[in-house]
Design a binder for this molecule. Structure first.
Ligand code: ADP
Ligand code: MG
Length: 577
């Protein structure tokens, strides 16, 4: 038996092939383990989550991101001793070895370990040495983008392909252009930023929370190490929540005290606010993307696909910006923080000569959404379809969106749940419906708003919950929806076929709200509210809303962008009144 290990900068994972199928090996509730090593106050060695938790309180007793130093002639201090980067990585690998041995109930010695494509020979050598120090026979060191391509089964395709692997993790960003031809995988170019990742997003959000807190209470939580640690952790949780919902409530009781009185943090953050905080960082990854293409001597048109790797690619803005920039829908079906380990396990099985099936992923074969009414040319058009879970999303998944009632005195909203791709809701398959009533506006004089959450579980049951943001009242229903087990290749094939169909379909093209259009959808909701609340004549606004809706329905990116801008101007003018 040979296992695969993704030895990551912030998180590591183990996978193996069992009965021909690559599977990730979880330990207790953890699918991935923080790549952090620490010494407790009592002098005990800790690896993984306990070490990660103690970092902010005891940074001198904790080592993280050791991967950045692999291959360098340096020593890091931990307690009284100093260690090489390979020694520290060996401690992480040893813990992973212990976990997999506990899982399979026998010794496991042989391993394939992944490294970034840009790693130097010295860094590769240090990784090999770390594996040996941990007691492994290192069968092979392979590149992370190569492993990701293996997880997607790309080596099994006959035709030549050019693929970009976009990997945005916790502490690093890499993009590699790889070429596949008759099962041979070659990295043509690689680019990135070794100091950019999810940690920076947490930092930005924590700073933002701290500044707001200081403005409210006159105390800067950054000056208290304990408070800052809690803010960073709260920021990461909020960030993760915002990948699947439009708002998150950040609550930290007793964050700091002032003159003996406890001060609490309790504030709502919207996805749009968070996106504003990180947009420039994501923008920077696009420059690296172009640089990698350039190094490979390619235009974006030459690319066949983009695959997403790294936990931070779950952020919808990242998907949206890459899709907008390249015109290609990035593929995300295999869990982005697990794809590299799964690919390493596939490489291991190939070396061991084990029979191997392609990875199957559970996906939603159809989009799931609900009926809404839209403004068009100043008229309310019912029976529009708003997609909440786009087709080909890996399940289980949770997504939610906020919808506004039409008028301030509206007290009920009918939730009609559909499955399908047609922009006219009733042309899709009706899965169920319910009414949420006794709605109360959050702000007097504004229409009430309802958060609708879709939870699609692994058994193919869709749980839908609607919560009135004003009263907190909740209604829920569970319905059966289609789900399918497909290989990533099948999914790509289906997607291409559907895209072609939609192009032929002409006017009704690009059904519903893909993540690309979410910003525009959010803006539309705001514009509609402004329209309803305005006392004066708003013909220009009504027309701008209608034009943007048409652009969205036609999936015309340029028109969407221009119209979003003019709509923003109009709303600002109106809100300034
Ligand atoms: P590594 O950089 O070690 O390869 P990963 O690929 O596992 O690490 O990425 C870890 C990062 O992904 C962390 O910053 C984590 O907060 C972030 N992350 C994980 N899940 C989500 C999510 N749903 N939304 C946003 N960020 C996420
Ligand atoms: Mg990684």
């Amino acid at each position: 038996m040979i296992i695969g290990i993704d030895l990551g900068t912030t998180f590591s994972a183990i996978a193996m092939v069992r009965d021909g199928l690559p599977v990730l090996i979880a330990h207790a509730d953890e699918r991935i383990m923080p790549s952090v090593v620490g010494l407790t106050a009592q002098g005990a060695l800790v690896v993984g989550t306990p070490a990660r938790n103690q970092y902010v309180f005891a940074p001198e007793q904790t080592i993280r991101s050791i991967k950045r130093q692999m291959g360098q002639e340096t020593r890091v201090a931990l307690g009284e001793q100093t260690y090489t980067p390979a020694d520290i990585s060996a401690l992480i690998l040893r813990e992973l070895k212990r976990r997999i041995e506990a899982h399979v109930g026998q010794p496991v010695d042989r391993v394939v370990i992944t490294v970034p494509a840009y790693f130097s020979d010295a860094a590769r050598q240090a990784t090999r040495e770390a594996g040996e120090l941990a007691g492994f026979v290192v069968e092979r060191i392979i590149n992370e983008p190569t492993a990701a391509a293996l997880a997607y089964g790309l080596d099994q395709r006959a035709e030549q392909q050019l693929v970009a692997v976009y990997d945005l993790g916790g502490g690093t960003f890499d993009v590699s252009i790889i070429e596949l031809d008759a099962g041979v995988i070659e990295v043509r170019a690689s680019h990135g930023n070794t100091q950019l990742g999810g940690d920076d997003f947490d930092q930005r959000l924590a700073e933002y929370l701290a500044v707001g807190f200081e403005a409210d209470h006159g105390v800067d939580p950054r000056s208290d190490i304990r408070a800052w640690a809690r803010l960073l952790r709260a920021a990461e949780h909020a960030k993760i929540a915002l990948s699947s919902q439009p708002f998150v409530q950040v609550r930290e009781e007793y964050l700091v005290s002032q003159a003996g009185a406890p001060l609490h943090l309790d504030r709502e953050i919207s996805r749009a606010e968070f996106e504003g905080l990180i947009a420039d960082l994501v923008e920077g990854t696009l420059e690296s993307f172009d640089a990698a293409l350039n190094d490979a001597g390619l235009n974006v048109e030459a690319l066949d696909r983009i695959i997403f790797v790294g936990g931070s690619t779950r952020i919808p803005l990242v998907w949206q910006m890459v899709a907008d920039h390249t015109g290609i829908e990035p593929e995300t079906e295999i869990n982005p923080d697990e794809a590299v380990a799964l690919g390493a396990a596939i490489q291991a099985a190939i070396i061991a000569g084990e029979p191997l099936d392609t990875i199957l992923v559970d996906v939603t074969p159809h989009s799931l959404g609900m009926e809404i009414a839209n403004w068009e040319f100043g008229h309310l058009v019912p029976d529009c379809y708003s997609v909440i879970i786009p087709r080909n999303t890996t399940i289980p998944t949770t997504r939610s969106e906020v919808y506004s009632a039409i008028t301030p005195d509206q007290t009920a909203i009918a939730i009609k749940i559909y499955q399908g791709e047609h922009p006219v809701a009733s042309q899709n398959m009706l899965l169920g419906e319910f009414l949420i009533d006794h709605l109360r506006p959050e702000v007097a004089g504004q229409p009430p708003r309802v958060t609708v959450q879709f939870d699609f579980d692994i058994n193919g049951i869709l749980h839908v919950a609607a919560v009135d943001r004003g009263s907190g009242k909740e209604c829920r229903i569970s319905v059966k929806a289609a789900h399918a087990q497909l290989t990533p290749a099948d999914i790509a094939h289906n997607r291409a076929a559907l895209d072609a169909l939609e192009l032929e379909g002409g006017d009704d093209a690009s059904a519903g709200a893909g993540p690309v259009n979410l910003e525009a959808q959010g803006l539309l909701a705001r514009a509609r509210r402004a329209l309803i609340n305005s006392q004066s004549d708003q013909t220009a606004l009504a027309e701008a809303i209608a034009t943007l809706e048409v652009a969205l329905r036609h999936g015309d990116h340029d028109a969407i962008e221009t119209n979003v801008e003019s709509l923003i101007d109009l709303i600002y003018d109106l809100e300034d009144e």
